[in-house]
Design a protein around this ligand. Structure first.
Ligand code: PXP
Length: 240
């Protein structure tokens, strides 16, 4: 079985920074840490409202990171212009609602279909790998192929929620497996992301045909506990 690539989403490093309006913790530093620690790529979502990652983060990460960065964008003219200028190696097109806490579901591929087609072709000509963030449903996988995407990223939010709450996740797992099989059959590279924890990632890593995971919120949250003790000890030396 080939190795699954790990994309580390660092949006929430920027969330913590922005909560205080300071210049730390630095998303660039987190991106370089991810690189040093074995991540295969770094994901950042430049939202319309810039609630976490901002344009300067994008510029800095683009200029300093050696591993590929994956820019998540909504299908808008503003984001198309930015992506054409910054030429991210990877792009994932995601739905975006201003009021949502996070990306709540996959794209509605019947909405603005011609526009989606147009931007996918433009971005591909600009040498970015294009992925569409979709629900694990067969129509969306087929439609992603019709739209000429290179990859699909399957939204694993529902599955992860069930796993987290120790609820029956059998049907959702089956839906994901069927979607992965179809994606592979159509020649799409299949990725998975949203809500992944150690437990849910372990289950999904057993499905053959998933080539990449993109993990953010849990990974950044868990890092607190991996690093808290060392940080307190550092302060203990200062505060004697
Ligand atoms: N993949 C995509 C396309 C996303 O939009 C997100 C959330 O921004 C993630 C993966 C990561 O999700 P989480 O932060 O829940 O791990």
């Amino acid at each position: 079985m080939s190795k699954i690539r790990l994309g580390v989403n660092i949006d929430h490093v920027a969330t913590v920074r922005n909560a205080r309006g300071e210049n730390y913790p630095s998303p660039l530093r987190a991106a370089l840490f991810a690189q040093k620690s074995g991540a295969d790529s770094v994901t950042i979502h430049l939202r319309e409202d810039r609630r976490h990652i901002n344009d300067t983060d994008l510029k800095e990460i683009k200029s300093k990171l050696k591993i590929p960065f994956n820019l998540e964008i909504a299908a808008t003219n503003e984001m198309l212009k930015i992506a054409l200028k910054r030429k991210p190696p990877f792009i994932c097109i995601v739905p975006e609602k201003r009021q949502e806490i996070t990306t709540e579901g996959g794209l509605n591929l019947n909405f603005k279909k011609n526009f989606l087609k147009k931007i996918i072709n433009k971005l591909k000509k600009n040498k970015s790998r294009i992925s569409l963030f979709v629900e694990p449903n067969l129509n969306d996988i087929k439609e992603s192929k019709n739209l000429n995407a290179d990859c699909v990223e399957i939204h694993t939010g529902k599955f992860c929620n069930l796993v987290n709450k120790n609820k029956n996740h059998k049907n959702e797992l089956k839906r994901i497996k069927t979607a992965v099989t179809l994606g592979n059959k159509l020649g799409l590279e299949v990725h998975a992301g949203h809500g992944l924890t150690y437990k849910s990632a372990k289950i999904l890593a057993k499905i053959s045909g998933i080539k990449e995971f993109n993990i953010g919120h849990f990974l950044i949250g868990e890092s607190i506990f991996v690093g808290l003790s060392k940080t307190i000890k550092n302060f203990r030396k200062i505060v004697k």
